[in-house]
Design a protein around this ligand. Structure first.
Ligand code: CA
Length: 405
């Protein structure tokens, strides 16, 4: 029996703690994917978007088996991210997870790298189809961690396999059979670290459409703390009928602010997340509130004194912003890597005002090279956590000692 996509939805949200959303998703029936990027500055976003862009270029043209086709797509995405990380110093060490599903005929092919997940919901059963490639999952499989310990482990977000860190990637690919009504869920760890499987199942069951289910899942993750970006892609298969038009308008969309209380109002009718095919690493952050805004407001008032007050308040506000910025530049440090791969401690903030105008400068360049570190070490060291200079040097020293011959 040939199956078709009967309903689908996708939603991504920054969450409550993070400033940026490094997740991306692909909702192009019969192809679906979730990617969760990692890396300094904006490199995590670049990695996940490069992966999503590679998937969007998928064309149903060759005669490969669906598992082989998914594998080929993941390899292509990996090559692009790896190439970018080699040519762009800001992108050193970037990577992304990918969990993809391709519906063909009577089965769904899954391709998987990292700790995003694919689930199949059939009736009252929710089955996790993928195995996490993560430090805690390894420790759990070898019996050294319980589920409870894994849930709170400080390194629970460290993944052991990613796209973009090596020229080739080992992809888990397999296919699963279908029954009418099966629902597939692809999601980033921002959902599964916050919401238990039973609650995921309950929320999907209680929702009368997948769009509502996607919103309910994101809302639940944020209610539990929203500590990470959260992304969900859902699709339901059914027998026969015309295939769902991939170009039909989509209700689900992106909530950049991570404010799910407003989800109901702000999301309906918007398009899914637009993704530039080749986003630049250095993006201009939003400018400070323009000084003209309060002035214009003041001009609607009749008295001149008020207008002057408005201008002074705006200038003071800009001065305060500059003061905070300079304080941050002088006191904040983070660990990163130079263009040649040398690990370094930077003074400032891990952002570029625009291409070529960074808000940071190297204060100490180590003899340690990024390539000497394992993937996990890189993801721990280059997380761009801000700290004082001494703490940054201490953190580096641990790896420098190990790296010495
Ligand atoms: Ca994540």
């Amino acid at each position: 029996m040939t199956m078709q996509v009967a309903d689908r939805a996708g939603l991504t949200d920054t969450g409550r703690r993070r400033r940026r959303n490094e997740d991306s998703f692909v909702l192009e029936p019969p192809l679906f994917a979730v990617a969760d990027g990692m890396g300094g500055a904006q490199a995590g976003e670049v990695a996940s978007r490069l992966a999503a862009a590679a998937f969007r270029e998928f064309r149903d043209a060759d005669d490969l088996a669906p598992e082989e086709r998914v594998d080929a797509l993941v390899q292509e995405a990996n090559r692009r991210i790896y190439a970018r990380s080699r040519e762009d110093a800001n992108a050193t060490g970037m990577g992304t997870t990918i969990t993809a599903a391709l519906l063909e005929g009577e089965r769904v092919a899954i391709g998987h790298v990292g700790d995003s997940r694919a689930y199949r919901i059939r009736g009252d059963d929710l089955e996790q189809l993928t195995q996490d490639h993560s430090l805690v999952a390894d420790l759990m499989r070898s019996g050294r961690l319980t589920q409870e310990e894994a849930d709170t482990h400080p390194q629970r977000s460290v993944i052991t396999r990613a796209l973009g860190t090596d020229p080739e990637v080992d992809v888990d690919t397999f296919a699963v059979g279908l029954e009418p009504g099966d629902v597939f869920l692809l999601c980033s760890d921002g959902l599964t670290t916050m919401v238990q499987d039973e609650e995921i199942l309950r929320l999907v069951h209680e929702s009368d459409s997948l769009e509502r289910a996607a919103k309910a899942l994101v809302k639940a993750a944020n209610k539990r703390g929203g500590e990470d970006n959260v992304t969900v892609v859902l699709f339901r298969v059914d027998a026969g009928g015309p295939p769902l038009d991939a170009t039909a308008p989509l209700a689900p969309a992106v909530d950049e602010e991570g404010d799910t209380d407003e989800l109901e109002d702000t999301l309906s009718g918007e398009e899914a997340e637009p993704v530039a095919p080749t986003p630049a690493v250095a993006q201009t952050p939003p400018p400070p509130p323009p000084a003209t805004e309060p002035r214009r407001a003041a001009e609607t008032r009749p008295r001149r004194g008020r207008r002057v007050f408005g201008v002074v308040a705006a200038l003071l506000f800009v001065a305060l912003l500059l003061l905070v910025a300079f304080w941050g530049l002088a006191n904040a440090h983070f660990v990163g890597a130079e263009e040649d791969g040398s690990v370094a401690v930077y003074q400032g903030l891990p952002y570029d005002v625009s291409e070529g105008f960074p808000l940071y400068r190297p204060r100490y360049v180590s003899t340690l090279h990024a390539a000497q570190l394992t993937e996990e070490e890189r993801s721990q060291l280059f997380d761009h956590e801000l700290m004082d200079y001494g703490a940054a040097r201490d953190r580096l020293a641990r790896y420098e000692d190990e790296g010495l011959p």
